[in-house]
Design a protein around this ligand. Sequence first.
Ligand SMILES: [Zn+2]
Length: 191
Amino acid sequence: MAGGAPGSKGLRIPFVAALVLVTAACASAPDGGPAGGGPSAPTPVRVAGDGSIPKNESISLNDSGHAAIANLDPALLAAVREAAVDAQARGVELKVTSGWRSAEYQQRLLDEAIALYRSEAEARRWVHPPEKSKHVTGQAIDIGPTAAADWLVQHGADYGLCQAYAHEMWHFELLTTRGGQCPQPISDPPG
Ligand SMILES: [Zn+2]
């Protein structure tokens, strides 16, 4: 190891300090954060931020600097990117309206929905609490616009991507193998 340079020791300290800062910024990760490492550890948070995308806006699948994209499960992101290339060839552009979300952001969305619907039960039809949301673990992605979501509903299984909920045609998860069969989307319970 080339440790002889006189300046190298002095340089190392700020570098370590920067690492500590980055780690602290990621400490909002659910279930213990990046130091987790257990078998059920969530996807490590790679980019700081809460992953929020303003309502009625969308971002590109290639926007790797955005926490909503960068912190997705790599397998999910790879599958959706591959699908996007094939969709593009057919004139359909897949955009991301929501990807990874911090637990705090997920809770904020739920609070907003409860305020909007004036009903916690109705809000929970649309927004899971942080501990139930696959967005928080990086295992779900919302696709827009409608034509793009529609394309992925029809072709997603080729990439292992499935519509998870019957009443959310934009929400996709890796629920089958490539070319496999998607499970029936979960029906909204009546009442
Ligand atoms: Zn979703």
